[in-house]
Design a binder for this molecule. Sequence first.
Ligand SMILES: C[S@@+](CC[C@H](N)C(=O)[O-])C[C@H]1O[C@@H](n2cnc3c(N)ncnc32)[C@H](O)[C@@H]1O
Length: 208
Amino acid sequence: MNLDLNAKYWNERYLSDNFGWDAGSITSPLKEYFDQLSNLSSFILIPGAGNAYEAEYLIKKGFKNVYVCDFAPTPLRALKKRCPAIKEENLLLGDFFELDPHQIPGLLGGFDLIVEQTFFCAITPTLRKKYAEKMTQLLKPKGRLVGLLFDDPLNKDQPPFGGNKEEYLSYFVPLFDMKTFERAHNSIKPREGRELFVNMQKRDMGNH
Ligand SMILES: C[S@@+](CC[C@H](N)C(=O)[O-])C[C@H]1O[C@@H](n2cnc3c(N)ncnc32)[C@H](O)[C@@H]1O
């Protein structure tokens, strides 16, 4: 693959209106999941957040500690404009793989929940193992990674990069306990039958 999937590449896609992945509003599987959460103090991170309609939804519902990370500034500015209530310091403009949990304003001991949607498929597939490891670094013990992964081969030379359950489990099973890892039943129309809903809990490795 010759593409350098850096911040400039992604930001230019937003600037040139070339962002077909953007659902334009919160997607049904995540809305349904969020609607049964009750702890408004949970620390929640949305990485590779893009326009982050999910963050806006959570904040409007009263969740107080919602953070988004993206290295493209354009969508984060758009989020702040749509949803001024998001704290400036919760807009983490930078590389997800470089996030240091000790440097994130207000965060103590890691996130309770990290939300995945079309970020995993956007990164170079050789980084997938590192993605899983990074998630465990950012989550509290027993914290959860919840969201959607494409169950579709998709592209080999440019995002979105696809995959399947078996491949994905190889990255996550060593680090997480699987609560749900199955075909989503409530996908948005264009993704119907092509995505997995995943809910995994960071394994407590103990002190051995
Ligand atoms: C396909 S878009 C998905 C955006 C959003 N999750 C959605 O569902 O609309 C992928 C996003 O990940 C961001 N991104 C890709 N690699 C990143 C990285 N290493 N660190 C932070 N953001 C990254 C891009 O800038 C882009 O906004």
